[in-house]
Design a protein around this ligand. Structure first.
Ligand SMILES: Cc1cc2nc3c(=O)[nH]c(=O)nc-3n(C[C@H](O)[C@H](O)[C@H](O)COP(=O)(O)OP(=O)(O)OC[C@H]3O[C@@H](n4cnc5c(N)ncnc54)[C@H](O)[C@@H]3O)c2cc1C
Length: 408
């Protein structure tokens, strides 16, 4: 019997895989997603950025998401000691969405994948990809199915959207070490029915230990919240011991969190993700492309992961569709697009941990125009080169921090 051949096989059904599949399906390509887990499945990464709404709208997935009743997110609030810096997406430079959502990823990813399955994308769950043999116009994927049998499937193109699974980077030896300090995170979901008066439903980030560590709290719409700490690996190991004893104690020591979480019930065992920052030598090759976390993942401080996953999935799908229609696609365009987004966020992530960004956020006064321009970066509009805080991302934060320190 002849093996069925698809236009595209996608490894992984998270946001990168779903968005790529939705776009490819819209352009008429046949698509199979091979997904290791049975959905719904837990994954971390629950605070979205407004920019990702563009992809959901473009692919007619906004209704699907809004029907789920997720917590609306209209901004983000950063705290350091007694200081606060609040960003409101209504007050930003780039003309874009002024809201997005905070989501339990099990529900969000399930809603997306279900919607694209309804449109004809084939999905095989509990299918773990173990091997890949590729050439310019013919790819063969080997995977283990839910019964433990080894299977093969052929396609013209393969998208690796396997997230931290990093299937092709591992199989093709494409992984690189990033230069970042190895950091980790410890987190769980908690009951959240004790919010102080005036508390916002947007994400809170509390920075501590001289900006080497920070706590997130992300309320959901059902009186539960995701809470986690990010820091150097050694510190996170310490926080995670004895089912997160120190983690649970620490989170009640911050303003706005103490009463809220001191009697909160943990709704799942405490989880950790260690040494999450990863990079790759190349983003594409003959017959394959990497998207989302399978490319480069920096740090969760600015909630950029899902947005970059959707942006890369969408862009990759556009180019694959061109290639399949026998036009030659410019894959360097893909690399520049992805690396531009990653590099802008890299400047902000580095500036955060070096203390430059906190010195801007927590200055006694910040110029409102600059704040709007920074707000657009934090909303995910990192491809808007008319924004000086995008275009000059490599040095503008340093310059601004120096001006602020001179004024004080
Ligand atoms: C501590 C922490 C906090 C974070 N917080 C945020 C946040 O607030 N906001 C945000 O936007 N991002 C956040 N992120 C990043 C976010 O988790 C990722 O960027 C995002 O999930 C990437 O999406 P993806 O589609 O690339 O991968 P995923 O969502 O991870 O999906 C990959 C899929 O591939 C499947 N898979 C893996 N291996 C295989 C295989 N061998 N065969 C078949 N399938 C396979 C997996 O089961 C999974 O379903 C955070 C990350 C960390 C570490």
């Amino acid at each position: 019997m002849n093996m069925k051949k698809y236009d595209v096989v996608i490894i992984g059904g998270g946001p990168a895989g779903s968005i790529a599949a939705a776009k490819l399906n819209k352009t008429g390509c046949s698509v199979l997603i091979l997904e290791k887990s049975q959905f719904p499945r837990f994954v971390i990464g629950e605070s979205l950025l407004p920019q990702c709404m563009d992809y959901l709208k473009e692919l007619d997935l906004l209704d699907t998401v809004s029907k789920e009743g997720f917590q609306v997110k209209t901004g983000a609030c950063f705290f350091h000691n007694e200081r606060t810096c609040e960003f409101n997406f209504e007050e930003q430079y780039t003309k874009g969405w002024d809201y997005t959502y905070q989501v339990k990823r099990a529900d969000f990813d399930q809603a997306l994948i279900q919607a694209i399955e309804d449109r004809g994308v084939e999905i095989e769950y509990q299918a773990t990809v173990t091997n890949f043999k590729g050439s310019r116009d013919h790819q063969c994927i080997t995977y283990t199915n839910k019964n433990g049998n080894q299977k093969q499937v052929e396609s013209n193109f393969v998208v690796d959207a396997s997230g931290f699974g990093r299937v092709l980077p591992r199989l093709l030896d494409l992984s690189t070490n990033t230069t970042s300090v190895p950091r980790g995170a410890v987190y769980s979901h908690f009951s959240d029915n004790n919010k102080p008066n005036g508390a916002s439903n947007n994400i809170y980030v509390h920075s501590f230990n001289e900006n080497t560590a920070w706590v997130w709290s992300i309320p959901f719409s059902d009186e539960t919240a995701s809470v986690g700490i990010v820091g150097n690996e050694e510190f996170i190991h310490e926080c995670a011991k004895e089912d997160g004893k120190k983690f649970k104690e620490l989170i009640t020591t911050f303003p706005m969190l103490e009463k809220r979480f001191s009697a909160a019930k943990a709704l799942m065992p405490v989880k950790t993700t260690m040494n999450y920052a990863k990079g790759v030598k190349q983003l594409y090759g003959d017959g394959f492309v990497l998207c989302g976390n399978a490319t480069e993942f920096l740090d969760p401080i600015f909630s950029s992961g899902v947005t970059l996953a959707m942006a890369s999935g969408y862009k990759a799908a556009e180019l694959i569709a061109e290639e399949i229609q026998n036009k030659s696609a410019d894959w360097e365009e893909y690399s520049s697009f992805v690396y531009h987004g990653v590099d802008v966020f890299r400047s902000y992530v580095n500036a955060w941990y070096e203390g430059t960004l906190p010195s801007i956020f927590f200055a006694s006064k910040i110029n409102e125009d600059y704040k709007k321009q920074i707000c657009s970066v934090l909303a995910g509009y990192v491809w808007d080169e008319s924004n000086p805080f995008v275009k000059k991302h490599e040095n503008i934060l340093d310059t601004l921090a120096k001006v602020i320190s001179f004024q004080n």
